[in-house]
Design a protein around this ligand. Structure first.
Ligand code: NAP
Length: 317
């Protein structure tokens, strides 16, 4: 067989994939990163990041991801926009991988999976119908459409509370609906939201339907879980932040996953399949943050480079 085109192919261009690309390229690996959308993944649409070390004033998620891409490219990382559809193990001496993405095929000695996770949906009537007409999963993208209007936010985690607080800069009022009687979000994020006069909290409640007309969302139906009472809340928009689902469905049983679909790895980011590594939010792990995605990416980039060097008999023992 002819030599694979690439030493390492990375799937996904968020902080994990870009950092893996930086490390693998600096280790002189011919490295290609395939990303279906824009570089940066979820952080690219995050308004403000204030817990990434080195930026005491904080930095916009978009700027941070642009800088990560620029740094990785500087060391030779190639980036192509393509959506990966299939990965095949090609038996040979040594084995290699074939990746099909947006109609092209790419071959490599090692793979790094860094597809991250996508937003969960609520799964209620009106959610699909009004998507883009009042239903949103991105405050940075859609917040400005709701200047001086009332919006509802669903969820009690870091994302819902942080993005809800951000929305108060534009909306006249933000009503956060959470299914419990307290927030899951970390204390500093909670404190800011709870003391924000433009935020209102509806506890022990769920949104059970999103309703509107030809112009978009007009109200949501809220059910109080304790009493069962249902009431209507007029609003122009609803932002849904109810957690994430890993983008690992297309892998089938190529690598071992947990019951929720997160990829299992060891501490060198090795999956159950030799030559395939995983990093970032798609991996089963304790903490999903930009900094931990970057940490995973560094390890995966380095470990994949070592794997390729060993295949080539060039590893420094
Ligand atoms: P998350 O922590 O999983 O929180 C999801 C929230 O949605 C929970 O409050 C959950 O309720 C609620 N929920 C889930 N399904 C629901 C449903 N069907 N109906 C109503 N509510 C539902 O997700 P996340 O907030 O997106 O955060 C994901 C990860 O990113 C976390 O590890 C988080 O720490 C991290 N993150 C960090 C920052 C930061 O540090 N600045 C910012 C954003 C995200 P329960 O509480 O009842 O489960």
């Amino acid at each position: 067989m002819a030599e694979p085109q690439w030493d390492i192919v990375i799937v996904g261009g968020g902080p994990a994939g870009l950092t893996a690309g930086l490390y693998a390229s600096r280790d002189a690996m011919r490295t290609l990163l395939l990303e279906k959308g824009i570089s940066g993944g979820q952080v690219a649409t995050t308004e403000w990041v204030e817990n990434y070390p080195g930026f005491p004033e904080g930095i916009s998620g978009f700027d941070l991801s642009q800088r990560m891409e620029e740094q990785a490219r500087k060391f030779g990382l190639q980036i192509t926009q393509a959506e990966v559809e299939e990965i095949k193990i090609m038996e040979g001496e040594p084995r290699w991988f074939q990746v099909r993405a947006s109609g092209e095929t790419y071959s490599c000695w090692a793979l790094i999976l860094a597809m991250g996770a996508d937003w969960n949906k609520l799964g209620v009537p009106g959610e699909d119908e009004f998507r883009g007409r009042g239903v949103s999963y991105c405050a940075t993208c859609d917040g400005p459409f709701f200047r001086d209007q009332e919006v509802v936010v669903v969820g009690g985690g870091d994302t819902a509370v942080e993005e809800g607080t951000y929305l108060t800069k534009m909306a006249s009022k933000v009503t956060l609906v959470h299914r419990r009687d307290r927030l899951r979000a970390s204390p500093i994020i909670q404190k800011r939201a709870l003391s924000n006069p433009k935020m209102e909290f509806v506890w022990n409640s769920v949104v059970e339907a999103i309703e509107g007309g030809p112009k978009g969302v007009e109200r949501v139906r809220i059910r109080e879980l304790t009493s069962g009472k249902v009431w209507e809340k007029p609003c122009s928009g609803i932002f849904i932040f109810v957690g994430m689902v890993p983008n690992t469905g297309f892998l089938g049983d190529l690598v071992e996953k947990d019951s929720r679909g997160y990829i299992l790895t060891d501490d060198e980011m090795r999956t159950s399949q030799p030559g395939i590594f995983a990093c970032g939010d798609a991996r089963k792990k304790f903490l999903r943050q930009v900094i931990t995605a970057c940490g995973d990416g560094a390890t995966a980039g380095k470990a994949a480079a070592k794997y390729v060097e060993e295949l080539m008999g060039k590893a420094y023992e």
